[in-house]
Design a binder for this molecule. Structure first.
Ligand code: OOG
Ligand code: MG
Length: 262
């Protein structure tokens, strides 16, 4: 039976997940111990711990907006997590994988909020705040053993968020469906999909975020990002490699990982 927990238990779980993330050592799942509501409380405590270390909130991300991801992970509900400044990797920067548990990478589309989004923003306000879109790569790294989890587990673990890379922004267009998405590792195509895999249209992911926002939104600064969710399954992120995502008509984004011995 899942229960809603007192603050002390929420804080303990958050500290365990935070430590697992910082040390790169996987922990056991909490499983039935957590309700979805408690899991979102753990997530907001994780954000507090990061903000206390000087990180800044830089956006939000959706999970399980595509069939490919739901099927890969056995989870069937759209979830939301947060992004911070320390998770962003600039294109051209080499990402070391030391300290990661079992990182995977997936191709995404990012929306940018051109103006601050207040905590009480309406759906219309949220949609109207978006001023740009970009291709993106998300690196997910579950803090749980074997990269396996329940819905509440993965929500508590901030939806496996680890890093993200943004390609060049282009002016906002709502013509985002039906675009081919390609993920390449060292120049070889490893996954292909379409933006229509993202809830039928990435715009539906933005709308889903706007609907979830009153429950989970804490306000976003101008320039904040929303990752709409992967269009394809995630693939293991190897050291010493170049990963590229291309979204037809939107652009490409590249990530380089450091070699195994650096
Ligand atoms: C959870 C994160 C899911 C997406 O794009 O669907 C996600 C996971 O798969 O570990 O980021
Ligand atoms: Mg993702």
């Amino acid at each position: 039976m899942t229960t809603t927990h007192p603050d002390q238990i929420i804080n303990d779980i958050a500290r365990k997940l935070d430590q697992a993330q910082r040390e790169g050592v996987a922990i056991n799942q909490f499983g039935d111990l957590l309700s979805l509501e408690s899991a979102y409380k753990v997530q907001s405590e994780l954000l507090s711990l990061r903000l206390a270390r000087g990180e800044q909130l830089s956006g939000a991300k959706l999970g399980f907006t595509s069939q490919a991801k739901m099927a890969q992970m056995g989870v069937k509900e759209v979830i939301v997590g947060f992004l911070t400044s320390s998770m962003q990797v600039n294109e051209g920067e080499q990402l070391p994988l030391t300290g990661s548990v079992h990182p995977r990478v997936e191709p995404e589309i990012a929306f940018r909020f051109g103006q601050p989004v207040p905590p009480d923003a309406s759906e219309e306000q949220i949609l109207a705040s978006v001023d740009a879109v970009a291709p993106a790569l998300e690196i997910i790294d579950s803090r749980y053993l074997n990269f396996s989890f329940s819905l509440a587990d993965v929500v508590a673990d901030n939806t496996s968020a680890s890093r993200y890379v943004l390609g060049e922004w282009t002016s906002f267009t709502d013509d985002l469906a039906g675009r081919t998405v390609t993920l390449l590792v060292d120049g070889s195509i490893t996954e292909t999909g379409t933006t229509s895999a993202i809830l039928g249209d990435p715009m539906n992911a933005l709308r889903a975020f706007a609907r979830m926002y009153p429950r989970h939104g804490t306000g976003l600064p101008a320039g904040a990002v929303l990752l709409a969710g992967a269009a394809t399954a995630a693939v293991p992120l190897p050291p010493g490699s170049t990963i590229t995502a291309i979204v037809a008509g939107i652009g490409g984004v590249e990530l380089e990982t450091a070699g195994a011995d650096s």
